[in-house]
Design a protein around this ligand. Structure first.
Ligand code: AQP
Length: 326
């Protein structure tokens, strides 16, 4: 039986956090056993906010290295930089012509980010490029965190609209959202998601952070004025976030964490969460340090070459459908 296709992307903005890891990346790695996986460092999405080009170029390579260190296997998955496969932007333009501005105006991520970073056309049309990323390969499934649900709905709408207008071309991609970890919250404001672009560095733990930094950040994590370690998103979001992070990284159940740390005080509990995070991220840090930059750059070039060939086959069909072939 033919394997289903999975596509997902991650922005190389230099600070991949445990939200990205637990919400999306861990699923990427697991899915490689079963699916035909296409994973992309979505560098064109990242330049929608102001960046220093030299630093960004470094961050881009570091993101590729971090993803490989976390378990993305370029021998099993197609892995490359989005900007090196021009079919992504070509399809984004075509899909843009069938996207209503009313629908884009409702995208919550655009509203959040434009408030923080200022608005521009790239940020506004980001969800259309994301739809193109996914539809380009006719992906069946997309492993993402919960924050991307709305963008995936737009992708499905655009697929349907295109199929209706030009003939059946795109399958309907399904999100793969983990039951737990789909929305890891900020350590400083547990009502907001952990985010790369939060100006407060104490709000997140990066997958390459050293043990001291991890311990410091967790010590400072916002909890509440009670002392009980109990899983309750409504009443105790800070503590619940930490329980969930610990459970995901150790495999221990929420109930057994509650039983073990319930009345022992927040200090002891936070130390235990820090131990779990340090241990869970140690293999990624050490794999990252051992990696050779030139070798990764070579792998990314090879990935782009393969991706261009594959994307071009699909894109020819789209051109034909809209009258752009020949
Ligand atoms: N807090 C989170 N919890 C669970 N999953 C998350 N993701 C992001 N934040 C969380 C998932 O990580 C994948 C890669 O995300 P991205 O690089 O496209 O960035 P993003 O979704 O815009 O979120 P970030 O990383 O926090 O960046 P900013 O600050 O720019 O919003 C996606 O699958 C996402 O769902």
């Amino acid at each position: 039986m033919e394997r289903k296709t999975v596509f997902s992307g991650l922005q190389p903005t230099g600070n991949i956090h445990i939200g990205n890891y637990l919400g999306a990346l861990r699923n990427w790695v697991k899915l490689q056993d079963e699916y035909d996986c296409i994973y992309c460092v979505v560098d064109l999405h990242a330049i929608t906010v102001p960046l220093d080009p030299t630093q960004f170029n470094r961050d881009r390579l570091d993101a590729a290295k971090a993803l490989i260190a976390a378990g993305v296997d370029p021998e099993r998955s197609l892995f490359y930089y989005q900007s090196q496969v021009p079919q992504h932007t070509e399809l984004a333009w075509i899909l843009g012509t069938i996207t209503g501005t009313g629908q884009l105006n409702r995208m919550t991520q655009f509203k959040d980010k434009s408030d923080r970073a200022g608005s521009n056309l790239g940020l506004y049309s980001y969800p259309v490029l994301m739809a193109a990323d996914i539809l380009l390969y006719r992906a069946d499934a997309v492993p993402v965190g919960e924050d991307q649900k709305q963008h995936l709905e737009l992708t499905r709408d655009l697929a349907e609209r295109f199929n209706h207008r030009f003939g059946d071309e795109f399958p309907m991609p399904e999100p793969i959202i983990p039951e737990k970890g789909a929305r890891v919250m900020s350590l400083q404001d547990p009502t907001a998601k952990m985010s790369k672009s939060d100006p407060d560095e104490n709000s997140r733990i990066l997958i390459l952070d050293d043990p001291d930094t991890i311990r410091k950040r967790l010590k400072r994590a916002v909890t509440d004025s009670e002392t009980e370690v109990r899983y309750d998103w409504a009443a105790k979001p800070g503590v619940t976030n930490l329980i969930e992070i610990m459970s995901l990284l150790t495999g221990e159940s929420v109930q057994s964490i509650e039983t073990e740390y319930g009345t022992g005080g927040y200090g002891t509990f936070k130390d235990a969460v820090a131990d779990a995070v340090v241990a869970g991220l140690a293999p990624i840090r050490s794999a990252f340090r051992e990696m050779d930059d030139a070798e990764v750059a070579r792998l990314m070039q090879r990935g782009a070459l393969d991706a261009r060939t594959r994307a071009e086959g699909f894109q020819q069909a789209v051109r034909k459908r809209v009258g752009l072939a020949g």
